[in-house]
Design a binder for this molecule. Structure first.
Ligand code: 4AD
Length: 456
């Protein structure tokens, strides 16, 4: 609560004004403007009241003086109250700093909604050091903070950059269904759904659908929610995540690897070329540099050798790594963090990869598969060339004991004009965690879903 409190009625005057969003205020210097938003910060000093107002597009400092500062209404203002303010927008004198390099000298303001004070005051609801679970319960409020709002502004720019980069690369955007009857990445992480009495699932990946789009529309991509019933509580697993998937036809495995590289390089450089987004990224991750060179290539067997040479033991077996072992999240991260640059890890064994992956013609024990690993996060992309021939795909179904019935649409791709093709999926929250240096992908999802949390 502010102290000064006189019974002064605050009335508007009839001077003309321009209604503006905070981000556009620089255009209206020395004019009378009206801005509306939420009180982000509030302090009184030497008979003046300073408000930092937030409207989602930015922050602006507002100065209340004279009667406005002394009015009883002003003494009642609280953080997160909503107000409309009118007044002149003035460049700051040299030596003073505030967002945008200007301040709004108010001549009128009115209150739309007064936020609670006391026990229920905003600052008591969102203490940064509170239990993470409590902060997630209050995500609708914590989103208003400087850090989370910066992450989600970068996320919006990231999605736009993906769309632009992929469109420039000649791929077309489609929106496949989320309610499906086929699985892509193994039965153990499927969310079941009662679909009018028929069994169905929430999609794990739109890959099979994208494979059917290429013959119709050409190379394509989608940005769609994917769902995985992942029981494990890790830094990089969500139950619902935003999945960017790409499928391209008439390519070699090398073409596919270059596609992944081009997209990550293109998107991050696009972000860093936008001054406002660059500023947000550097605020969150001061050391961030967009990659420019070709990514380091490592085959799966090179990774095993690297892990063994560095004395990293396979935590699943308690022994040295040998061909056929899965490289778990922790060990993969140790390697990626140590190497500290993007890696394209390729040629994983058939047994530890998905049923649809094409084998390497020179070594049929391994697949033409790729994971792109980034420091601090690990795997951000998973992709492969796809089995092209019908009989080989049927053999893969048999090997994996999968019933081919629900996959007729997918198998038909191998009958009606089989084509060499490949694609990949990229976890949007994971790449955002890398760009913004977030400890967990939970910070990169608006309302994260993981085992034990499906609210608010
Ligand atoms: O490696 P995944 O499982 O590959 C597929 O789904 C392929 N069908 C994609 C394709 O080829 N079209 O998943 C791809 C990416 C991972 O590299 C990871 O970034 C992300 O999706 N991902 C998750 N992100 C957050 N939470 C989870 N539970 C994730 N599971 C996968």
């Amino acid at each position: 609560r502010l102290e000064a409190s006189k019974h002064i009625k605050i009335v508007d005057n009839d001077k003309p004004f321009v209604k503006s969003k905070i981000q556009d205020l620089a255009k209206y210097r020395d004019q009378r403007v009206s801005v509306s938003g939420w009180i982000h910060r509030l302090r009184a000093q030497k008979g003046l009241v300073f408000i930092v107002l937030r409207d989602g597009t930015g922050l602006v400092q507002i100065v209340l003086q004279g009667d406005l500062a002394n009015a009883y209404q002003t003494s009642e203002l609280t953080l997160e109250s909503t107000i409309e303010v009118k007044g002149e927008i003035k460049k700051l004198p040299d030596g003073k700093t505030a967002p945008g390099g200007h301040e709004l000298i108010a001549d009128f303001y009115r209150v739309y909604g007064l936020a609670p004070s006391g026990e229920e005051a905003f600052s008591n609801r969102v203490q940064e050091d509170a239990d993470p679970s409590l902060l997630l319960d209050r995500r609708h409020l914590t989103l208003r903070g400087d850090t989370l709002s910066a992450v989600f502004k970068v996320r919006a720019a990231l999605l736009t950059a993906f769309r632009k980069t992929l469109t420039d690369l000649g791929t077309i955007e489609v929106t496949p269904p989320c309610m499906v009857q086929s699985m892509v990445e193994g039965g153990s992480t499927l969310f079941n759904l009662d679909y009018y009495g028929e069994p169905a699932y929430l999609t794990q990946s739109s890959q099979l659908y994208l494979e059917t789009v290429v013959p119709a529309l050409g190379n394509c991509f989608c940005i769609q929610e994917s769902f995985r019933a992942e029981r494990s509580h890790t830094r990089r697993h969500l139950s619902e995540y935003t999945h960017l998937e790409v499928e391209v036809g008439f390519v070699t495995f090398e073409d596919l690897l270059q596609h992944v590289e081009k997209v990550i390089i293109g998107v991050t450089n696009d972000l860093m070329s936008q001054p406002d987004i660059k500023e947000l990224i550097l605020q969150l991750n001061p050391k961030f540099k967009a990659p420019n060179q070709k990514f380091r290539r490592m085959r799966y067997t090179d990774a095993l050798e690297w892990l063994n040479d560095h004395g990293i033991i396979n935590s699943d077996t308690g022994e040295k790594f040998k061909f056929g072992d899965d490289i778990s999240e922790a060990e993969e991260r140790r390697m990626t963090d140590e190497i500290n640059e993007p890696i394209l890890l390729t040629h994983f064994p058939v047994e530890i990869k998905s049923f649809y992956m094409e084998k390497d013609s020179e070594d049929t024990r391994v697949t033409e598969s790729v994971d792109c690993l980034l420091p601090n996060v690990g795997e951000v992309v998973g992709g492969s060339m796809r089995i092209m021939h019908y009989d080989e795909l049927m053999a893969a179904f048999k090997r994996e004991k999968m019933d081919p019935t629900p996959y007729e649409f997918f198998l038909d791709m191998r009958k009606y004009g089989a084509y060499p093709h490949g694609g990949y999926g990229l976890g949007v929250e994971r790449i955002l965690a890398w760009i913004c240096d977030r400890f967990t992908v939970r910070e990169c999802s608006l309302y994260p879903r993981f085992a034990g949390r499906c609210k608010p």
